[in-house]
Ligand binder design. Structure first.
Ligand code: CS2
Length: 423
């Protein structure tokens, strides 16, 4: 925790070190060079022990349709469990720390006020300590999660936890920055460790498997130091929103639809879902509706969806639908519901309604089969999905999506549930 010069380097603190962050944020920081990284785990603390045991290094397997490219990422100095609040506070109070990146998933931004469970509350404690230590260097908080205006969402979550004095200090010392990150990162398969060992010699218990495609677009608003991410192909922009909406509605929207409709139809992986005739027709329908809400030229959208289709078809990536199916109650309100509202209602957005209906159908199937639904609202979902009356069941599930109820949605979802492809 000493503070070396030169002034163009610094320390980056990352919150939520799962596979996603290791496939892009930390990889890009490694390519940029010169920066020290201290990471904190998300929900599972086991990643801390595993990474520390291998000196913070890990293998990155880039899995193209034709073959693998394996490299070592060596950028992490230390990993701490999320519960180590004291270390985070100490690091944020240190002027050498200039950037905090976050991949805490959608639900991490609504986690409440307890620093033990809420990353925004922990950051608030750290910023208070930074102010009290008299640090004048700006610090940037950069969200990399799949939310619209993720920087604003983060800023509000942190401000809500701050004392009055730090709130007043905040605008002059903290930049809250939105970014759009895109790289599909499935769970690593059981052969991944052996692949890394064979190609690099590292005995890696937590390798990362990812796709060749990678995109990170960041708002250009840093007053302080930051890694030279341009070296890793990162783009800086004054207009992030259009990049965010395009990705959330076309990529993540299709992912969510496939995750539920695919499993209801009896397939388990993304490449199988996009190859399934009826699921694929639903994806095309959803794309047509989502595209109509995006202020982008048709040719650009054509190229984007064509590229998406190829990424989804990657036969070697083995991306399981169950990974994407997690946390539907916080994903649908970002990915599908805004399109339904902007289109003027369910009748103008049957593909998006199908995504919602596939969720209600899938959680119902699962709950009735006695299987777990991974979601911050899993208990309420289980209760709603168990209701005998079909209309009550669907309206109770929709009430969990945290949006003002769109009345005709219940009927539209009930109708789409009936039309979903089944095995
Ligand atoms: C997926 C994302 O888990 C999900 O819901 O849609 O993790 C997706 O793979 C990434 O956003 C791709 O960049």
């Amino acid at each position: 925790m000493n503070s070396p010069s030169p002034s163009d380097v610094g320390r980056l603190v990352h919150l939520g070190i799962g596979n996603f962050a290791r496939a892009h944020t930390l990889h890009a920081t490694d390519v940029a060079g010169g920066w020290s990284v201290v990471a904190f785990t998300g929900r599972s603390a086991t990643m801390a022990d595993a990474l520390n045991a291998q000196g913070g290094r890990y293998g990155l397997i880039v899995r193209g349709a034709e073959g693998d490219e394996v490299s070592l990422v060596d950028v992490i100095d230390e990993v701490h469990p999320a519960s180590d609040v004291d270390t985070l506070v100490r690091l944020l109070a240190d002027p050498f720390t200039a950037v905090v990146t976050l991949t805490i998933t959608e639900k991490g931004y609504a986690a409440g006020s307890d620093p033990a469970t809420s990353a925004p509350a922990r950051i608030a404690l750290g910023l208070k300590a930074r102010r009290e230590a008299g640090v004048t260097e700006p610090i940037a908080l950069v969200s990399c999660d799949n939310l619209t205006g993720n920087g604003e969402v983060l800023g509000q979550a942190v401000l809500a936890e701050l004392d009055e004095e730090t709130k007043a200090w905040f605008p002059d010392h903290v930049d809250v920055i939105s970014s759009m990150v895109d790289r599909i990162t499935p769970s690593a398969d059981e052969n991944a460790s052996e692949t890394v060992r064979a190609q690099t010699g590292l005995a890696d218990s937590v390798p990362v498997v990812t796709e060749p495609f990678t995109e990170w677009v960041i708002e250009d608003r840093f007053r302080g130091r930051r890694p030279e991410w341009e070296k890793a192909g990162v783009q800086f922009t004054d207009d992030l929103e259009v990049h965010e909406l395009r990705k959330l509605r076309l990529l993540n929207g299709a992912h969510t639809l496939m995750a539920y409709a695919g499993q209801v139809a009896g397939v388990q992986r993304v490449d199988e879902a996009i190859a399934h005739r009826e699921v694929r027709a639903l994806v095309e329908q959803l794309w047509a509706e989502a595209r109509a809400t995006l202020p982008l030229p048709a040719a650009e959208l054509d190229a984007y969806t064509a590229a998406l289709e190829e990424r989804f078809r990657n036969p070697r990536l083995a991306d399981n639908l169950i990974r994407i199916a997690a946390d539907g109650s916080v994903k649908l309100p970002v990915r599908a519901l805004p399109v339904i509202a902007e289109r003027g209602g369910p009748e103008q957005a049957p593909g998006e309604v199908a995504a919602v209906a596939a969720w209600t159908a899938w959680v119902t199937d699962r709950v009735r089969a006695g299987e777990e639904v991974q979601d911050p609202k899993s208990e309420a979902i289980a209760a709603a999905a168990s209701l005998e009356d079909t209309t009550e069941r669907v309206s109770s599930l929709l009430a969990l999506l945290d949006v003002p109820a769109i009345d005709p949605l219940v009927d539209a979802v009930l109708a789409e549930e009936q039309r979903l492809p089944r095995p």
